[in-house]
Ligand binder design. Structure first.
Ligand SMILES: Cc1cc2nc3c(=O)[nH]c(=O)nc-3n(C[C@H](O)[C@H](O)[C@H](O)COP(=O)(O)O)c2cc1C
Length: 206
């Protein structure tokens, strides 16, 4: 996607200067998060990547550190940049938390309030908009537990994107592909609607 063209340009403008916490989880689609970081950075957003242990089986923290030009959070008990625990400081720092790809496991943790790793702890502490871009096998996606978890999260105001269709990591065609990075980029931009004339940042009434 060209961040300078019509639709991409408007999304890029909405994201310039924003602070995005990007959670990456243990899905084969973790490689798509690399492209997403590139789009955010190109738009002028700051990106802090948080990786689950599962995600680190697919892509290295070094890749995200280089693309985002920031340190990558990989563990709850590692040394954060400040004395404030990483899960609290990142939840406060960000303007939005995006989890892309989001595994069935992480969606389940979020729905239940489980906070047993760095990403789920940030998500539980986060009071900013949260957007999930799920990726999983069709069976996992259609499992009653997963459907109930996403319904719970949507009801709480979490933005959950629809999965794409096509070839899945398990070698079959079906639903469950992570939405493509440009679509996630635009969905994140929509979390930040432009200020209306009467809204914040508007010129004072004459
Ligand atoms: C090759 C491979 C691909 C996987 N892809 C997915 C996936 O797309 N979505 C998913 O929910 N789980 C997937 N899994 C299973 C998760 O990695 C597993 O549930 C793991 O516990 C998730 O950990 P996390 O949610 O903490 O990252 C995959 C596992 C393997 C070995």
């Amino acid at each position: 996607m060209d961040t300078k063209t019509a639709n991409g340009g408007a999304a890029a403008a909405a994201l310039a200067g924003r602070k995005i916490a990007l959670g990456v989880t243990g899905s084969i689609a973790a490689y798509k998060a690399c492209e997403l970081v590139r789009l955010f950075v190109k738009a002028g957003a700051e990106v802090s990547v948080i990786m689950t242990a599962g995600a680190q089986q697919f892509v290295t923290p070094l890749t995200f550190r280089t693309l985002s030009r920031r340190s990558v959070a990989t563990g709850l008990f590692e040394n954060p940049e400040t004395w404030v625990p990483g899960h609290v400081s990142l939840a406060l720092w960000c303007d939005a938390l995006v989890i892309a790809p989001c595994t069935a496991n992480v969606a389940a943790k979020l729905a239940c309030g489980i906070a047993d790793d760095i990403l789920s702890s940030i998500a539980l502490a986060c009071r900013k908009p949260i957007l999930l871009a799920p990726a999983m096998n069709e069976g996992m996606l259609d499992a009653p537990a997963t459907r109930a978890n996403f319904a719970t999260l949507r009801a709480r105001g979490v933005a959950v994107m629809d999965c794409g269709e096509g070839e899945l990591a398990c070698g079959v065609e079906g639903r469950g592909r992570m939405p493509e990075p440009p679509a996630v980029f635009r969905a994140v931009a929509e979390l930040f609607p432009p200020a209306t004339p009467a809204g914040p940042g508007a010129a004072p009434a004459p």
